[in-house]
Design a protein around this ligand. Structure first.
Ligand SMILES: *[C@@H]1O[C@H](CO)[C@@H](O)[C@H](O)[C@H]1NC(C)=O
Ligand SMILES: *[C@@H]1O[C@H](CO)[C@@H](O)[C@H](O)[C@H]1NC(C)=O
Ligand SMILES: *[C@@H]1O[C@H](CO)[C@@H](O)[C@H](O)[C@H]1NC(C)=O
Ligand SMILES: *[C@@H]1O[C@H](CO)[C@@H](O)[C@H](O)[C@H]1NC(C)=O
Ligand SMILES: *[C@@H]1O[C@H](CO)[C@@H](O)[C@H](O)[C@H]1NC(C)=O
Ligand SMILES: *[C@@H]1O[C@H](CO)[C@@H](O)[C@H](O)[C@H]1NC(C)=O
Length: 369
């Protein structure tokens, strides 16, 4: 096996379009980097990973570093022609040898995770591999069918924070826009564990847990009912109103509120969740529009704009208990201040236009009373 891994690596190292060293570093960087602000944007690792990339990762993870280094040095001495010829030969060879499928590589990672004597380092590596491999929807489905995601979900209770964080990230990625996987993951009870994880003192763990919660319940009525039953809205309210929390976490929380309201609007036959008329919950959203962070304010305004379209929402609660009118006025002043700053001007103008829209809708709602 080592022979094969080494061959594969040499082939990738000599790939003419990009140097392997760069690729390895950049793919590592993408994984290490905290890429999450909002579900559907930064949580996506750019571009799909082909099975070749999955293989590269796997080969690196499972090979002897000394051999790899030697292979890399050897290729550096070759001329371009030699490299191209070598690459062609290796490609043919790899095609002849049977290339392990993504499913096989995933199974190795799952078997590793399912082994309680696995070292922490190897456990992190197996989860990193899965993070890449679950990107294509077919792989996510396969992993779910083979029981692999259940093994990943069990890692949410691991004593190591990094393991928990990576497990949440893998589950979130696998569930994203995939109703089949959403349903499976919800079935084995990952949601309440993830909701508790958002309380973690590690901001990174909390951010990934909230990403996974969002991915699991997005557009899923069953998921949203479970979320409600597990008091997920209290978690959201706590996050939105806690000023000492990571701003990314608070942005994600209010984005999820808007997303839940939007889903409610699209599914008119579904009974509206009681949270949309819970005054403390609504106040925690309204309070965000005067927190000095344009991104957070914009997301809060978007959420309020959607909430205002729900039937069960009582505009008087927003006016009298939440102080929406006053908050919108204060925000207008803030934004006018920001418009004097050349760097923030454009963004502030956009947010002001959204703010005006929300104010108008709110006045109309009050006018209908
Ligand atoms: C990749 O990372 C290694 C060490 O982590 C470093 O020595 C090497 O210069 C890096 N390569 C590139 C292209 O950044
Ligand atoms: C994990 O290991 C247990 C035995 O320790 C086994 O029963 C189970 O089938 C394994 N699960 C997977 C998905 O491999
Ligand atoms: C579990 O991992 C340990 C340590 O890496 C290894 O020695 C053992 O063979 C593994 N067990 C199984 C069933 O793969
Ligand atoms: C984590 O542990 C708790 C308490 O033992 C349990 O209720 C929960 O189902 C576990 N979560 C997962 C995803 O296994
Ligand atoms: C999060 O922690 C707070 C304070 O420690 C606690 O009141 C709350 O119940 C916790 N929430 C969850 C969902 O565990
Ligand atoms: C706010 O978050 C901090 C940091 O995680 C935590 O220590 C504190 O208990 C939270 N405050 C409340 C009121 O939950």
């Amino acid at each position: 096996m080592n022979f094969f891994r080494c061959l594969l690596l040499v082939m990738l190292i000599s790939s003419v379009s990009h140097s392997s060293a760069e690729r390895v570093n950049s793919s590592e960087a993408e994984l290490v980097e905290d890429s999450g602000v909002v579900i559907g944007e930064q949580d996506q690792i750019d571009g799909g990973f082909s099975s070749l990339d999955g293989m590269l990762h796997w080969a690196i993870g499972h090979s002897d570093p000394a051999t790899l280094k030697e292979a890399a040095q050897d290729t550096q001495k070759m001329s371009m022609d030699e490299l191209q010829r070598r690459q062609l030969e290796l490609k043919e060879l790899v095609e002849k040898l049977k290339m392990p499928s993504d499913a096989q590589v995933m199974q190795i990672a799952i078997d590793d995770l399912n082994n309680s004597s696995l070292s922490l380092e190897d456990r992190h590596r197996a989860l990193h591999e899965l993070l890449i491999l679950v990107e294509p929807i077919d792989n996510a489905n396969d992993l779910s069918k083979s029981g692999g995601l259940r093994v990943v979900a069990r890692q949410l209770n691991h004593s190591d924070a990094q393991v928990r964080k990576l497990a949440a990230w893998v589950l979130g990625k696998a569930s994203q826009n995939n109703p089949f996987v959403q349903e499976q993951v919800l079935e084995f009870g990952a949601l309440p564990t993830l909701i508790k994880m958002v309380n973690s003192s590690s901001a990174e763990e909390a951010v990934k847990a909230l990403f996974a919660v969002s991915a699991l319940i997005r557009n899923s009525i069953a998921g949203q009912d479970m979320f409600y039953a597990a008091h997920g809205y209290i978690m959201l309210q706590d996050v939105m109103s806690n000023e000492s929390l990571d701003i990314k976490l608070r942005r994600k929380a209010v984005f999820l509120v808007g997303d839940l309201a939007e889903c409610q609007l699209q599914n008119t036959e579904k009974a509206e969740l009681p949270i949309f008329n819970d005054r403390l919950f609504l106040k925690s959203v309204v309070d965000l529009i005067v927190v000095l962070d344009l991104d957070l304010q914009e997301k809060a305004l978007e959420a309020i704009k959607t909430l205002l379209q729900l039937k069960s929402l009582e505009p008087l609660i927003l006016r009298d208990f939440c102080g929406l009118e006053g908050a919108l006025k204060r925000m207008k002043l803030q934004l006018e201040g920001l418009m004097a700053d050349e760097n923030k001007r454009d963004y502030a103008v956009d947010v002001e236009s959204l703010r005006g829209e929300v104010e108008l809708i709110f006045r109309q709602n009050l006018g209908h009373l």
